[in-house]
Design a protein around this ligand. Structure first.
Ligand SMILES: Nc1ncnc2c1ncn2[C@@H]1O[C@H](COP(=O)(O)OP(=O)(O)OP(=O)(O)O)[C@@H](O)[C@H]1O
Length: 205
């Protein structure tokens, strides 16, 4: 019988860009219910690593393996940029996500959850950087996915937003999701950490 338990396995993962080794020997197993924080200096390769995990960067050596072939349907990926269409309103942005089939759920409720009640119909181009990030983060309040890969989700978020995001990530993990994120901010106790530095990778879990 095949093992259907959610997990990500990296074995001897190595990536070079422009003849520079970003990281080598990244080996770990991340499982359902865990939160992994990926840290490192600017340019250490954090975004590149996340892009490898979600299949957007294919130039690497070693193994990057999800638990089954349908992992993409369970993935919620938020990239380094908010990925918000500026000509659309927050509500239209979330409806667009839902219409693409990426997620289902209640866009109005999700926007209210991230403090954007009253801004649903304002063109995203007229929002602040933090508000745009909140539009992107609202996807975390739509249908729950079991794998979250979040690139710098705390960028531009105020103190209350940070606390709220901590809680949402913790709740997702408690409910059995696997969360991997880049940030210098630690969500809470028990978070596992992968640190990238000068071509080396260290698991500090
Ligand atoms: N499009 C690209 N083409 C070529 N090299 C790139 C490209 N994007 C990034 N790199 C290289 O990869 C390195 C790692 O970039 P990456 O964005 O993964 O780092 P990071 O750790 O996420 O940095 P930051 O903390 O500044 O966001 C960069 O220093 C750069 O040399």
């Amino acid at each position: 019988m095949s093992d259907t338990t959610l997990r990500l396995t990296l074995e001897q993962l190595q990536c070079e860009r422009d003849d520079r080794v970003l990281f080598r020997d990244v080996s770990l197993t991340a499982r359902a219910g865990e939160i992994w924080q990926i840290t490192g200096a600017n340019g250490a390769g954090k975004t590149t690593l996340l892009r490898i995990l979600v299949g957007l960067h294919g130039f690497y050596e070693g193994q990057c393996q999800w638990w089954n072939d349908n992992w993409r349907s369970e993935l919620l990926y938020l990239g380094h940029q908010p990925g918000v269409r500026e000509e659309l309103t927050p509500l239209e942005n979330l409806r667009f996500t839902c219409a693409l089939g990426a997620q289902s759920g209640d866009p109005m409720a999700a926007l209210a959850a991230v403090g954007l009640r009253g801004f649903e119909d304002v063109p995203a181009a007229h929002l602040s950087a933090g508000q745009k990030r909140r539009v992107a983060l609202a996807r975390l309040w739509l249908e729950r996915k079991s794998v979250w890969v979040l690139d710098e989700p705390y960028t531009a978020i105020d103190q209350d937003g940070v606390a709220q995001l901590d809680e949402q990530i913790q709740q997702a993990a408690d409910a059995g999701s696997l969360v991997l994120y880049t940030s210098h901010h630690q969500v809470g106790d028990g978070v596992r950490r992968l640190h990238l530095a000068k071509g080396r990778a260290e698991v500090l879990a």
